[in-house]
Write a protein that binds this ligand. Sequence first.
Ligand SMILES: Cc1cc2nc3c(=O)[nH]c(=O)nc-3n(C[C@H](O)[C@H](O)[C@H](O)COP(=O)(O)OP(=O)(O)OC[C@H]3O[C@@H](n4cnc5c(N)ncnc54)[C@H](O)[C@@H]3O)c2cc1C
Length: 557
Amino acid sequence: MGTGLDNESLAGVLSSLHEFAKRELSDEKLLEWDRTDVCPVDVVRRMYGDELGIQLLFVPSEYGGLGGSTFDVYRTCEAMARVDLGVATSVLATFLGSDPISVGGTPEQRERWLGRIASEGALVAYGATEPSAGSDLGALKTTATPVEEGGQVVGYKLNGSKQWISNGGIADFTTVLANTPKGPSWFVVEKGTAGFSAGRQEEKHGIRLSNTAPLTLEDVYVEADRLIGGVEGQGLVQAQAVFGYTRVMVASFGLGAGWGALDRAIPYSKDRVQGGGPLSEKQGYTHKLVIPRIAWLEAGRSYIEETAELIDAAEGLQGQYNTEGAIAKYVSSEAGNAAAEAAIQALGGYGYVHEYMVEKFKRDVRITTIYEGTSEILEMTIARDRWQLHMKTRGAYYADRAKELDSLHARRPDVGAALAAVALRAAGEVMERCRVGRLTRHQHVLLRLGELIARAECAASFARRAARALDGALHEKADRRFEPPVLAALSRVFAREAALGVAHEGARWVVGAGGVAPGEVESLERAVGTRVALAGQTGLIEDMDRVADALYERARS
Ligand SMILES: Cc1cc2nc3c(=O)[nH]c(=O)nc-3n(C[C@H](O)[C@H](O)[C@H](O)COP(=O)(O)OP(=O)(O)OC[C@H]3O[C@@H](n4cnc5c(N)ncnc54)[C@H](O)[C@@H]3O)c2cc1C
């Protein structure tokens, strides 16, 4: 992907976005559009215009864009989600819609369609999902029938329907996935094409500023040059090619919306006096509703930053780091939901009403565990991929990763690396027990493995990030909200949770699926490291105190 913008230009983009949001997307306006279920199309179009040109970030420079890197896109997506996830979704939809063209388009198609996004600010939609083809896209029913003249295919007739399409009712053009005789393929369909229509905007739980609509295609004729890449049957490969990248985008949405909600709760807790003092001074409040939520979000960020670096260092996007993208999205979107939920609780009754915004964050962030791969599909993706690594290395994969963490711990004993290693070893041990007992024949066990693996890998990633912060070696565009020692404390908080959680939950599913005889439970506990993980909880409260002190700018005695 390349290095993208220089640091100063990224700061410029983020600051323009901030200014634009301050001017055009105030809380009052957002709440009114949310209440009346209005997509502010003119504001979205202005975001694509001279004022902001947000779409330029993901258009390559040869087509008139800025050619942003994955890291640039992560930082920008997080910032957008802190403002409004509905508006951010409109930008995501344009990116997703342009994806098949970027990945599989001919040079002429890229020039034409990516050029239109860059120069005209064209809004795009991505038409993959259908009423009966959601997670399982292979079940799609929309057809593209070749139209021949003199033995040559001159065009296609498209028939079918699409469901839940972001920007569906407002896009200037849509990329539509349809079955050709040689398999699923992408087509560009322009607004106004005969037979192509959008239904009523869906009335949604959240992201109500985003236009989501069903699409109908009735004998829609498109010229042959609208078949992306000019070859039939490449659609699913093209769709998969950028999952790593697009999932980093949605991961950043979860991160941004979660932080957006917490950043309302944190100042509130300083001002709100109950029980003789501000809530920020009540440990039972901060250590339940704030600190663990931050640790989880920042674990997600660690994985996002590592994945973004990997993608940017890679040659192309073709299918690389899809599992890493899945882990980043799974953890960050679940963390974002949990953070927003905690933020409502943190504001009490005020959290439950619209005015204070946190309940809107909660409704909005809900979508991040559904679109671009539901959490359950991601659990399956993660488990299957890492299962293969486990088998290929004869069970050594996580043992080797754990050794790397042990070495890190020897050099940096304060970043939680030893406990992250416990989590990784536990994940490896649980996988091995599942292999021996053939326990993944139970789909639930397979998916729980996905969850445990994601947690263990995020703990490892967080420890590496905390060490880099202490070494002064973070990526130049990395988030620097926390001072390195505080980040290290957060990493330790998360590593403790991961180690105990993976060991305990992993053992639970092994036992639950009949993987051990009753008399062997104790040896299983030893093998997955439950006791070690429990002993590692020493110092947990002190670390949480340390983070709370930093967060609330209190001097430590
Ligand atoms: C607001 C919004 C915007 C969207 N924008 C777009 C867009 O722009 N373009 C587009 O193409 N799509 C879009 N989508 C569609 C979205 O990607 C799908 O909703 C999503 O992929 C899930 O598909 P589904 O809704 O059919 O649910 P299903 O696939 O039917 O899943 C229902 C439930 O079953 C679970 N499940 C599914 N399969 C399995 C399995 N094999 N094993 C275990 N559990 C399983 C899922 O995790 C989920 O919990 C959007 C959706 C929404 C709600």
